[in-house]
Design a protein around this ligand. Structure first.
Ligand SMILES: [Zn+2]
Length: 242
């Protein structure tokens, strides 16, 4: 009886309340940029359809978005946009979703017994915020200490690129780079720091054009304060290249 009374008084029925809470939660996750899992949330059937089929479907979806916004798609300038966007999504900016693009983790023996850390600095990061589908632009700094194996320098750039080319959360990107390097090198002693601007923060929402976000993941020996400090000190080197 009391429940009934309450229900009658309430402005919302239960279903409406659940929907409202979900919308608030959706806003909250987006505004706070909180990732909900360390693995990219891909469905099991993600690659059941071909890239060509994905491009076709995305092209139709982009047409739909532009039409909804009231754009005239017969205009010469806009005619090719849906297809261009679809191709860029599948082949470039989200190509890192597809394991067929994962860089081969070829490693070599550490023949010269180099025993110090190796740091690959200032790797350009172009990624996409998975909450707003807007760009994340920054630099990644990756380091490892060899436990017998070494990896090609450009391979480190490629690993960063592969994981960056997904809808991403910066924390997850940082962890995925470290995990991939650890797997390839057979050692826990890998670290990654990423400093990046999120256009969803810089150009919309709070519109803070100056802020950037720093994330770090330290594995194995890099958890040791001295090793961590050494790595971070190398990042401050301001070598001039001319
Ligand atoms: Zn965002």
């Amino acid at each position: 009886m009391q429940t009934l009374k309450f229900a009658r008084k309430s402005r919302f029925n239960t279903l409406e309340l659940i929907t409202i809470m979900n919308e608030e939660r959706i806003e909250e996750i987006g505004e706070n940029h909180v990732g909900t899992s360390a693995k990219t949330p891909l469905r099991a059937d993600a690659f059941d359809i071909s890239d060509d089929e994905k491009i076709k479907r995305i092209e139709e979806s982009v047409k739909d978005i532009l039409n909804t916004l009231g754009m005239d798609l017969t205009d010469d300038s806009l005619q090719g946009t849906p297809k261009r966007v679809a191709k860029a999504f599948v082949n470039e900016i989200f190509m890192g979703l597809n394991p067929k693009h994962k860089p081969k983790a070829s490693t070599f023996e550490n023949n010269y017994n180099y025993g110090e850390m190796l740091v690959e600095k200032n790797i350009v990061v172009y990624s996409t915020c998975e909450h707003h589908l807007l760009p994340i632009i920054g630099r990644a700094h990756v380091a490892y200490i060899s436990d017998g194996k070494v990896i090609g320098l450009s391979k480190m750039n490629r690993i960063v690129e592969y994981f960056a080319k997904r809808p991403q959360v910066q924390e997850r990107l940082t962890m995925q780079v470290v995990q991939a390097m650890q797997e390839a090198l057979g050692t826990e002693d890998v670290a990654c720091v990423i400093d990046a601007k999120h256009l969803c923060v810089n150009s919309r929402g709070i519109k803070d054009i100056e802020s950037s976000t720093v994330t770090a993941e330290f594995g194995g020996k890099f958890k040791n304060q001295d090793t961590k400090r050494e790595f971070l000190d190398y990042l401050k080197l301001e070598t001039e290249f001319e």
